[in-house]
Design a protein. Sequence first.
Length: 335
Amino acid sequence: MAPLSGTWHKLLQSERLQRSSQAMSVIGEKAYLFGGELRPREPVDNELHSFMINSGQSMATQSLSNEDRPSPRVGATSAVLHGKLYLFSGRGGTAMAPIEEKGSLWRFDPDSSAWELIAPADPDQPYPPARSYHCMTSDSTSDTLYVHAGCPESGRLSDLWAFNIVSRTWTEHEHAPDPPRGGTSIAFSNKKLYRMNGFDGNQEQGGSIDVYYPIENRWESISYKPDGQDGPTSRSVSALVAVRVLTKQYLVTLFGEHDPSSLGHQGAGKMLSDVWAFDMDEKAWSEVKIAPGNLPAARGWFSADLVDADKILVHGGLDESNQRLGDVWILSLQS
């Protein structure tokens, strides 16, 4: 399998966007950024920041807010469905406890620049418990948002929940393979959900792509050697994005933390800067060949999303010197 090549281009550097553990999603030509922290365990704000992706040097950030909006939080996650942004849970407040909103999600409509709290239709039905450092994605063909894993008040989770935005109902599905974890990543492609990486409380996870089949409500696993040769090394707080380069489908994982800090959330561990692509047809990994030039620093605890079919937007995060980053990069992939 011929490896993909990639070129990094720096779009933006802004002190205003400096943070880690934030949520970011792309809608059209704009990226929307919410939450995160500049100092450990201190949510930076609860404004929704946006910036144009394709406007070159004239790019500028804009803060969007209204009276009814999510509270400040870190470790939240967002996903886009039918042109609207959805945000679920996170942690905040003086105790930095998971923010319990009884299964509700916040929805942002870019047309009206307004937030709305979307509650389950029946408050007595089960819903996912509050959590942070979980992951979220969407399936536009079934009006469905998926929420997976993360950190509740104590321990870690392996559950999988689906929220239908039309009926406003939650459904709990088969749990993902153990161990439970936070800082894991999921992506939806070709009517399947893909999960990999994460931290189980003792070590980073790797060596397996776990695949969920919604129609059959079952998981299966694709194993590989996480040795940096046959496949990416184990990591957490990284990213997983489903891309298409020409006619081929790939899963791309990039960056992340390889060894946790002895200071826990107060410090930074060993950060990675590599990019790997999994060929969905050949079921094989190859490291993306990055063109030389100005390159983003190794990082974890950042945010990323797909731009077009073959471009990945990366923002912020935490570097090895324990500094929060305010840069924005785009990775263009070629076969």
